[in-house]
Design a protein. Sequence first.
Length: 248
Amino acid sequence: MSFTQEMKAFAAQAGADLVGVAPVARYAGAPELFHPQRLLPQTKCVVCIAIRHLHGVLVPQNDRVELYPYQMFGYGWLSNIRLNMVAFEVARFLEDRGYLSCPYPSFHQGDNARLSLRHTAVVAGLATLGWNNLAITPKYGTKQRFVAVLTSAELEPDPMIEDDPCDRCMACANACPVGAIPRDEEIAYEIAGHPVRVAKLDKKKCNDCHLGKGGWFENQYPPFVTFTVAGHCGRCLINCPKGTYAPA
C-alpha cells in the first residue's frame, strides 16, 4: 500500500466517503488571494474529503414539513463538526509523518472563504460542476459536502473527471423558488484546463431566499414562518437527479 493509499484508508476509517488529491499545480489559474499557497506556502498537494448527505433528512426539507433535520445534519453538524473533525484527523495523520498540514474548514459565514471547496473537489478528481454551480460526484451527485487539507506531502494525484454528468435537465432551475438559476444565462471558464459551463447564478436572489425574502412566500407569513419556508433552502441540491447512490 502506498503512502497515499494509506492516507485515504485512514480518512475512510475517520468517516470520509470520498477522498481525492490535487497537486498544487492545478491551482495555477486561481486568483492569488484564493491560492492554497497563500494559506500555506509549503503546500504541494490538497486533499479533498467528502461526506455524503443522509438522503432521509432531505425529504422533509424539500417538502418544507420540518427543517431541523437538514439544518442540523445537513448544515450544522455535518459542516461544522463532522467534516472538520475528519479533516483534523487527516491533517494530524500527515503531520505525525513529518508533513506540514493545514485543514481548511468546511463552512464560512458569508462569502469570505479563501479556498473554494467546490473547485477543490474538481481539481482533486472527485467532481465536476453542474448547471446549478454545485459539485457533482459520480456516486452521490450533489448530495455531499466537502472539506480540505493543505499539505507539504507529495501525494499521488487523482485524475480529473473528463465526462460532464450534468445534462442541463434544469431540475435545479425548476426547483428554485425565486428563479435564481437561469435557464439560458451561463458563465464559461476553465479549471486546470478543463472547460466549465455553469448558470449565471443570481446570488442576491439566492441569499434573499435563504433569509426569507423575495420569494412567493414573502408577506404571506409571519417572519419566523417565512424563514422556515425559505431558510437553508437546498432545493437545487435536493432535486438534482444525478448520482448512483439512491437509498429508497
